[in-house]
Design a binder for this molecule. Structure first.
Ligand code: NI
Ligand code: MN
Length: 230
């Protein structure tokens, strides 16, 4: 399975049966490693309804005739705009043709910043989620935007080949909490995400990887455009 980091929290996951993009935010992302118009995929997985995770979802969904997989409210929001969608919610899993997807809890928020016709009323987009993908005998966890939470111990059951964890701080876990997350999740490898896109979330991913190594965790501080194969 090939995983390409496209910047911020966006990854392209290529399984033997399908191409998945997680949290597509390329347009307007200063660190994006691809353009939305160049993305080819079958499914779009969205952790929560913030624009730095949903930004290019509708455009990519329509151009690829791809199915959006997310919580109920996000799916309905994009389905109402013409996208194909598969509604889920935290705790639920479903067997797709490429493998199994389960949504987990995440401690964060989920809304569009504003409705242009009513800027005082944000569009509510359900509960934020993490995403567990099982495909080709591998098990991945994309934590979305989340605070540290003790139930990560439950996600570790069954083993994880890869965990994508936010380290940016301010909006999500920072590096210290992400280290505690690694202790609970025990993935074979971790990838930091959601950092350096803007000044409030500036972090040193190499230092994070070095500290993680002292706690016996393998972390790949990928630059946008870099690839890991698991
Ligand atoms: Ni967010
Ligand atoms: Mn975010």
């Amino acid at each position: 399975m090939k995983i390409t980091y496209l910047g911020h929290s966006c990854f392209l996951v290529e399984t033997s049966a399908a191409r998945l993009i997680i949290d597509p935010f390329l347009t307007g992302n200063p660190s994006a490693a691809a353009q939305a118009a160049d993305i080819r995929c079958d499914y779009i997985l969205i952790s929560h309804g913030h624009c730095d995770h949903t930004g290019d979802a509708l455009d990519i969904a329509k151009r690829n005739d791809a199915t959006i997989i997310s919580n109920h409210e996000i799916c309905n929001y994009f389905a109402a705009q013409g996208a194909k969608a598969h509604n889920m919610n935290p705790g639920g899993a479903f067997n797709f043709p490429f493998g199994r997807v389960k949504l987990t809890i995440a401690h964060h928020s989920s809304s569009e910043d504003s409705d242009a016709t009513n800027p005082l009323q944000p569009v509510y987009l359900g509960n934020p989620c993490g995403i567990v993908i099982e495909a080709d005998g591998k098990r991945l966890y994309h934590a979305g935007d989340t605070a540290l939470f003790l139930d990560m111990q439950l996600i570790a059951r069954g083993g994880l080949d890869l965990a994508m964890l936010p380290i940016g701080d301010n909006f999500t876990m920072g590096p210290d909490d992400a280290l505690d997350a690694l202790d609970m999740l025990k993935p074979k490898a971790g990838i930091p995400m959601h950092y350096n896109t803007w000044p409030p979330i500036a972090q040193d991913a190499s230092a994070f990887a070095a500290t993680a190594k002292l706690r016996s965790h393998l972390v790949h501080p990928l630059k946008p455009g870099e690839i890991v194969t698991i």
